[in-house]
Design a protein around this ligand. Structure first.
Ligand SMILES: Cc1cc2nc3c(=O)[nH]c(=O)nc-3n(C[C@H](O)[C@H](O)[C@H](O)COP(=O)(O)OP(=O)(O)OC[C@H]3O[C@@H](n4cnc5c(N)ncnc54)[C@H](O)[C@@H]3O)c2cc1C
Length: 465
């Protein structure tokens, strides 16, 4: 049977969030803040700026369409995860800074829900929490390490579940334990992006789609954002292009674009849902290096993602990479292992997209060393739905020139992060890293190893310059 049933494949979120693109920029425009990139980072930055200074002249230029990037394709988990894990965040940044960063993103999860409600954004928001499941002993060690980190940091909202409790929530025979975290919701990602774009536009921002920035030129009176049909002359510029930033020389060795993929099932019947449970509609992740993440959709499907990640030769971003037959096969196999009772359920859609990966596993936020009017917030390592909201506050404070604030002092802002080696070493190193991580995941499945990061990988990360 073909893996993709009879429906063919497209990005389901785009299909179910119809969009009439706005015209491209075709003039020279003076603005207070120019934002490059129409994903969540750009949109939340505009939103927070409007809250702070309603009269600011803000323009967003998006190379394709609002939500074209990861923001319109993701799994839709708005969760507190910022680093690879809470335990990793604490180990690398210490208690005080880890706690501040975690709480900032926790607040964002709640504020995203509140903003959706306040503006009536119809994006299928369900605040069902997150269940981080372990499918073997090493993964369970990771679950326990996160719980220990949460307790050491004095964080609320975490609850350890036994194998029986986890399986009672969602009926998979593979669960050997889990951690439930209260602060998480799932949503329709493209509807959030497009709904948010409408709100910032109604509040006065101008949005130009089909408008790629082709050059950024500092001038005496303004920074110029050049595009094919016009230009923005801006007092402040915010770069919010995530994985695409890796194509610019300044970020080439700081960000690697990695493709992550999902598959979507047909709607399940009532009988099939009864065999799975999952009534709270929580988001679910496991504790592999290449996690599986999965959730219910409003129309009764399961979105099943992760399992593998691909850095293509030259770390390129290309439309043909939006699908991967080999990753789809792996996704289908791990889905059936997790839910053997759904063996006959078909997949109708499959897609992926690039996320920005950094050597520290944290996003990078800063201000250009060559022009203090240019700020950036990029590369959330595959989990930016809620952190982009926090990042928007960082970029707001930077664009308003507020100096040291609660947000600009978060551990990922203005940090000195290690560099990746130049190409072709960067892609070759990424491929080697991927194999090491997959090998460790396979070892876990056979009950081998500890939940610690693979020692080879740890040494490699520590060696980056
Ligand atoms: C398949 C998948 C599943 C994911 N699942 C989750 C999840 O469940 N939870 C979670 O927290 N995170 C998830 N993520 C990650 C999350 O979606 C991202 O971290 C987040 O959307 C990043 O938002 P952004 O605005 O920074 O970047 P993006 O949404 O990627 O936006 C960048 C935008 O910049 C535009 N652009 C690029 N170059 C230019 C230019 N020169 N000029 C103008 N515009 C330009 C692009 O077209 C793009 O629209 C997932 C990602 C993918 C791909």
């Amino acid at each position: 049977m073909p893996l993709l049933g009879a429906y063919g494949s497209s990005i389901y979120w785009h299909e179910t969030a119809p969009h009439d693109p706005r015209p491209a920029l075709a003039e020279r425009l003076d603005v207070d803040v120019a934002i490059v990139g129409g994903g969540y980072t750009g949109l939340w930055t505009a939103y927070h700026l409007q809250d702070a200074e309603p009269r600011l002249r803000i323009a967003i230029v998006e190379g394709q369409e609002i939500g074209f990037g990861a923001s319109g394709r993701n799994g839709g988990f708005a969760m507190t995860l910022l680093d690879m894990s809470l335990a990793h965040l604490r180990r690398n940044h210490g208690d005080e800074r880890a706690r501040a960063a975690h709480l900032a993103v926790t607040r964002s999860v709640e504020e995203i829900g509140a903003t959706i409600e306040r503006h009536g954004i119809d994006c299928e928001w369900v605040r069902g929490g997150l269940m981080v499941v372990a499918a073997n002993r090493p993964q369970l060690e990771r679950v326990d390490a996160d719980l220990a980190a949460a307790e050491a940091l004095g964080l609320g909202g975490f609850r350890r579940l036994s194998a029986q409790e986890a399986q009672a929530e969602v009926h998979s025979p593979t669960y050997v334990g889990a951690l439930h975290e209260e602060h998480c919701g799932v949503l329709h990602p493209a509807k959030l992006a497009r709904g948010l774009a409408r709100i910032v536009e109604q509040r006065g921002a101008q949005i130009f789609e089909g408008t790629p920035m082709t050059a950024l030129e500092p001038g005496g009176d303004a920074v110029r954002v050049r595009t094919p049909g016009g230009e923005l002359a801006a007092q402040q510029v915010v770069l919010a292009t995530s994985a695409w930033a890796a194509q610019a020389p300044e970020f080439r060795r700081r960000i690697t674009p990695l493709y992550t993929y999902v598959a979507l099932t047909e709607p399940l019947t009532d009988e099939q849902w009864a065999s799975v449970g999952w009534e709270r509609r929580q988001g679910i992740e496991d504790k592999r290096n290449f996690v599986h993440y999965y959730r219910r959709t409003d129309d009764g499907r399961i979105l099943w993602g992760g399992s593998d990640g691909v850095v293509y030769p030259g770390a390129r971003i290309r439309p043909r990479h939006d699908r991967s037959a080999s990753v789809l096969r792996r996704l289908a196999a791990t889905f059936r292992e997790t839910f053997p009772q759904l063996e006959r359920v078909r997949f109708t859609h499959h897609w992926g997209g690039p996320v920005g990966i950094t050597a520290t596993f944290l996003p990078i936020f800063g201000t250009s060393p060559s022009d203090p009017r240019v700020h950036y917030g990029l590369a959330y390592n595959g989990h930016g739905v809620a952190p982009t909201h926090t990042g928007g506050k960082v970029l707001r404070d930077k664009a308003l020139g507020l100096g040291v604030t609660e947000h600009t002092s978060l551990c990922f802002v203005d940090a000195r992060e290690p560099r990746f080696p130049p190409e072709p070493l960067r892609s070759a190193g990424a491929e080697l890293t991927r194999r090491v991580m997959l090998r460790q995941d396979a070892g876990f499945a056979r009950g081998r190893g500890s939940g610690e990061m693979d020692p080879w990988l740890l040494r490699a990360v520590n060696r980056l310059g």
